[in-house]
Design a protein around this ligand. Structure first.
Ligand code: GDP
Length: 340
């Protein structure tokens, strides 16, 4: 867009070439677009689930970047004694001039111990800490350069081997549901046949309902959207929890180089909708709902945290005020009795 066209964009002209009834606020979206692109975007994604479920591989497949180059894999003995750690990786990626600062928060050690009681605590503490930093920065003097590290989405990996949710899955999602947008996934979906995936999805949906777990809800699409968009939106919603496959290798399938897993009996293609829901997950996470995930983080989860903080601060202030008043009166009575 040239500077001139930006100034004149979409000005309707009458037959004699004059601009008629045109104020110019129709260019507002262009201004917002330019400003946002210049500023760049950020997104923080958390991945959780026990080790070996393919979290790192899926993130690499999603963003086509190797975020876990220097990862040290622990042996069984080390894993037993390991506590849940939080690890953060940040990469700056650029696509067609649009910059994205992507932060991946990994939770190694989650669900790996023999006793997993309250193993979600480290994760909820981390999310709260990010809210606390933001709250402090936002209430401070220099509000211009606030670093926003709030977690916008948590991909929770459910093993494909069980018959539904395990107690640790229920506890984890319930502990996180009011703090972050939880998106449950069926990991390593290539271990299941299509009918097994269908059955497991139904079971998981039933259990999510039964235990009152609040997972990320796709917003309803606007009534003026076109029919094709509405159909895709419905299909996306019906496919949850997404059954995903990840791969770090490129293989040859049907004369094309694709990301996939090569087995003696054939190839599983990560981006083939007939094989898994990877493309659907990528669509909601990056192409259609990234902004909504950020909005809900800011407008619901952070607002809840902020309201709680303010309530606690107000209660504490009342308590100290009352205590000071009591001390003042006690002090006056003491000095009064001393005079007499
Ligand atoms: P993480 O510990 O959860 O980060 O798991 P990794 O991404 O390191 O994967 C553990 C192992 O599972 C590796 O050998 C991967 O190649 C393999 N893996 C990753 N994704 C899949 C998948 O979708 N299907 C299958 N069958 N194996 C996978």
């Amino acid at each position: 867009m040239t500077a001139n066209s930006r100034y004149r964009s979409r000005a309707p002209r009458s037959d004699d070439g004059e601009e008629k009834d045109y104020v110019g606020f129709a260019t507002l979206p262009n201004q917002v677009h330019r400003k946002s692109v210049k500023k760049g975007f950020d997104f923080t994604l958390m991945v959780a689930g026990e080790s070996g479920l393919g979290k790192s591989t899926l993130v690499n497949s999603l963003f086509l970047t190797d975020l876990h180059k220097d990862r040290k894999l622990l042996n069984a003995e080390e894993r037993i004694s390991q506590t849940v750690e939080i690890m953060k990786h940040t990469v700056d990626i650029e696509e067609k001039g649009v910059k994205l600062k992507l932060t991946i928060v990994d939770t190694p050690g989650f669900g790996d111990a023999v006793n997993n009681t309250e193993c979600w605590r480290a994760v909820t503490d981390y999310i709260d800490q990010q809210f606390e930093h933001y709250f402090r920065d936002e209430s401070g003097l220099n509000r211009k350069n606030i670093q926003d590290n709030r977690v916008h989405c948590c991909l929770y990996f459910i093993p494909p081997f069980g018959h539904g949710l395990r107690p640790v899955d229920i506890e984890f999602m319930k502990a996180l549901q009011d703090k972050v947008n939880v998106v449950p996934l069926i990991a390593k979906a290539d271990c299941l046949t299509p009918s097994e995936i269908k059955k497991l999805k139904e079971r998981l949906r039933e259990e999510i309902d039964k235990y009152g777990i609040k997972i990320y809800q796709f917003p309803d699409c606007d009534s003026d959207e076109d029919e094709e968009f509405k159909r895709q939106d419905k299909e996306l919603k019906e496919s949850t929890p997404f059954a995903v496959i990840g791969s770090n290798t490129v293989v040859e399938a049907r004369g094309q180089r694709v990301r996939g897993r090569l087995y003696p009996w054939g190839i599983v293609e990560v981006e083939n909708p007939a094989h898994c829901d990877f493309v659907k997950l990528r669509t909601i996470l990056i192409r259609t709902h990234m902004h909504d995930l950020k909005d809900i983080t800011s407008d619901c989860h952070y607002e809840n945290y902020r309201a709680q903080c303010i309530q606690t601060m107000t209660r504490m202030r009342c308590f100290y005020l009352q205590r000071e008043r009591v001390l003042f009166y006690v002090g006056r009575r003491v000095s009064f009795s001393q005079v007499w």
